[in-house]
Write a protein that binds this ligand. Structure first.
Ligand code: ADE
Length: 239
């Protein structure tokens, strides 16, 4: 899968997305992640890409033309109109289902705004999806783009070595993940739950499912409305 991140700060994106699991997938050719510098498409001799907003107000806006030129060069390289995600607090809130949908694309372009945003006219022309990562305001779209690339990449087959591990985890079935333990059996006088040492797989599965329900009820009761629970599990969630 190919990710193109249009930004004024390419180093931010390149450093963050070429380490660990995502870095390994890039090295093995499963993923291509490229930061495209919007400043390379500046059209004046000062290389500036921002200007004051009409009507006044604080800060500067990214101008339409460099963004448009940058996008058009990308579209030409890709050979078709890709989906273009604009990161903004005004977008739809990102969630796992969205990550699954985007993971089906071959090419995905992210447009990162900085300063006070981008001239609306170019957004109207090129953006297909407006996405926010949550109800708070950041200084730019780079971190949100990196978050989305990470969440989408790990769903691309082969990126996680163990393909089942993308399945059994938080938000599967709208439940949070159960607690996990590794060696030693006793640490700071806390024992690993006995059932996990039993080797009894059915009991372990049952315990994990219950823990997921209890955890979700405690930390994210809003998720439970969508979860498919048995009568006994609903009871457990009410306690
Ligand atoms: N840019 C600034 N804040 C943002 C947010 N919360 N989500 C996506 N893009 C942003």
């Amino acid at each position: 899968m190919n990710f193109y991140i249009m930004t004024l700060f390419p180093e931010m994106v390149m450093d963050g997305l070429h380490t660990s699991i995502i870095g390994r997938a890039v090295n093995s050719g499963l993923l291509h992640i490229e930061a495209v510098n919007i400043r390379d498409y500046a059209f004046n001799k000062h290389n500036s890409v921002d200007d004051y907003p009409y009507g006044g107000g604080a800060g500067m806006l990214m101008q339409a033309e460099p963004v448009c030129q940058c996008y058009q060069a990308l579209e030409e390289r890709i050979g078709k109109k890709p989906r273009v995600v604009y990161l903004s607090p005004q977008g739809k809130t990102f969630h796992q289902g969205m990550a699954e949908e985007f993971a089906m694309e071959e090419d995905l372009v992210f447009l990162c705004g900085h300063y006070e945003g981008i001239d609306e006219r170019v957004l109207e022309e090129i953006v297909t999806d407006y996405v926010s990562i949550g109800d708070y305001v950041l200084t730019g779209g780079e971190l949100p783009a990196m978050i989305m690339v990470d969440a989408i990449s790990r769903l691309v087959p082969g990126v996680l070595h163990n393909d089942v591990s993308a399945e059994f985890e938080s938000f599967q079935d709208h439940l949070l993940e159960y607690p996990q333990y590794s060696r030693p059996e006793v640490w700071h006088e806390k024992r690993v739950p006995e059932v996990l040492l039993s080797g009894h797989h059915a009991n372990i599965e049952k315990w994990r499912r219950e823990q997921s329900v209890i955890r979700t009820a405690k930390n994210r009761p809003d998720l439970l409305a969508k979860a498919e629970l048995t009568k006994a599990e609903r009871e457990l969630a009410r306690k």
